[in-house]
Write a protein that binds this ligand. Structure first.
Ligand SMILES: C[S@@+](CC[C@H](N)C(=O)[O-])C[C@H]1O[C@@H](n2cnc3c(N)ncnc32)[C@H](O)[C@@H]1O
Length: 401
């Protein structure tokens, strides 16, 4: 099972088919070079060593946890016991500082008063941090000061900060190891997905309106801590510890990751699975909150969506660069001596991909790829971008020497 987060372009439903195509390749490691939430890597594992790469820290954490961890997630009951003291201390301090604001927000939510709620949120943005923020107090207040009133309510943001901060203390005090710390941050990411007032991504928060207030208020009143604790129970690693000790989870640009294997004597993948982005929507803009919960680094945030200014841009999302990015991807796989299994929809950003990709593959591999066409429902960005799911023809190209 993949981590329970909505993610554009996940291949959860196609993964068994892709795994069957991958099984035709010679034995050896699979490199899922745009791994996302690792749906395909999980379907192939543990039949092969499973190596992954993605541009995002969050996706790398998902892969590290599932494929490389030496420790399981801690039991929920142990987490509660270790967490409570640190959590309560942070929460009660913040409740004293922000008590008036919390009460005002909670009343507006209970009254379904969208006008008051929006006024309150606008005021908070105008006045900035309550107490000078992290730089002056040293207290963990990233979510309180960046996202309160946007994707979450104030109390929810304080809960998020308290949980994230408690996990760091538990790690520092050796109550959990670094693998368990990572698992628990992923559980917190699942809780963010569950509690956010959004359309499943973080390009723009939902605004409270009379028509959506019952649902909006319900989201804002959800306890992040409860969702976090429930999420812990759904996490588990793949394979056994010995198998996981031989996997790698990289973070970087796909073509740089691939070229790092050229001439590498430590082993190369025998098959590369590539599931690049297929629209101009940069993942780093839509999923920045997961980066921030992983990094917790007080990034500069901009726009209504409060996304990180240091977010990465992918050539596969730029119409001026996508064709060259595919050329490099295919050449790199040929140079490594690996088969390439590539997923791409017929309506992707690369124009005429149904004709162009087989030609590019033939030019580099010296033979036509095998082609499998599948009717698929893509998960999209939803919201103002259109429906949350879209019917597409997905093509799986299998290139081999
Ligand atoms: C279509 S999604 C992959 C979904 C994945 N197969 C799954 O089932 O979860 C594309 C992924 O590629 C990553 N990405 C985008 N551009 C990249 C690049 N140039 N190099 C590496 N990863 C990239 C995104 O962060 C995103 O996670």
């Amino acid at each position: 099972m993949t981590i329970s987060i909505s993610y554009m372009g996940t291949k959860k439903s196609l993964a068994p088919v892709v795994a069957e195509v991958v099984s035709a390749s010679p034995p050896g490691p699979l490199l899922d070079v745009f791994s996302g939430l690792c749906a395909v890597a999980k379907s192939v594992a543990p039949a092969r060593q499973t190596w992954t790469n993605d541009l995002q820290h969050f996706a790398q954490s998902v892969a590290q946890a599932h494929f490389c961890s030496q420790s399981h997630p801690p039991q929920r009951i142990d987490v509660v016991a270790k967490l409570n003291q640190h959590y309560s201390k942070h929460l009660s301090k913040q409740e004293k500082i922000a008590g008036n604001r919390i009460a005002a927000e909670s009343k507006a939510l209970a009254d379904y008063d969208s006008v008051r709620l929006n006024d309150i949120y606008a005021e908070w943005i105008m006045y900035g941090p309550l107490d000078g923020g992290f730089e002056q107090t040293g207290d963990a207040t990233l979510f309180r000061d960046t996202f309160a009133g946007a994707y979450f309510g104030l109390l929810q943001c304080i809960e998020i900060d308290a949980l994230r901060h408690s996990l760091d203390i538990m790690l520092d005090e050796h109550q959990i190891d670094s693998d368990q710390h990572r698992w628990l941050i992923l559980a917190l990411a699942v809780a963010l997905n569950r509690c956010a007032s959004s359309t499943g991504h973080f390009a723009q928060p939902l605004t409270a309106k009379p028509a959506n207030l019952p649902r909006f208020a319900q989201q804002r009143q959800r306890s992040v801590k409860d969702c976090f604790l429930s999420a812990i129970e759904s996490l588990e690693p793949v394979g056994n510890t010995d198998w996981r000790s031989r996997n790698i989870a990289m973070r970087g640009e796909a073509n740089s990751a691939l070229s790092s294997f050229i001439g590498n004597s430590d082993g190369v993948p025998s098959v590369v699975y590539a599931d690049p982005p297929y629209t101009s929507d940069q993942y780093s803009r839509y999923y920045h909150l997961y980066e921030t919960i992983v990094l917790y680094d007080y990034p500069e945030a901009e726009g209504k969506g409060r996304y990180r200014t240091d977010r990465e841009a992918s050539d596969f999302c730029l119409s001026s660069r996508v064709s060259e990015a595919f050329d490099k991807l295919i050449s790199n796989c040929v140079e490594i001596g690996a088969d390439l299994v590539l997923s791409y929809p017929t309506n992707g950003l690369l124009a005429n991909s149904r004709d162009v990709l087989p030609q590019k593959i033939k030019d580099k591999y010296g033979r036509d790829p095998q082609i499998l066409e599948i009717d698929h429902r893509h998960s999209t960005m939803g919201g103002s971008k259109g429906p949350g799911k879209m019917n597409v023809t997905e093509i799986i190209y299998r290139a081999y020497p």
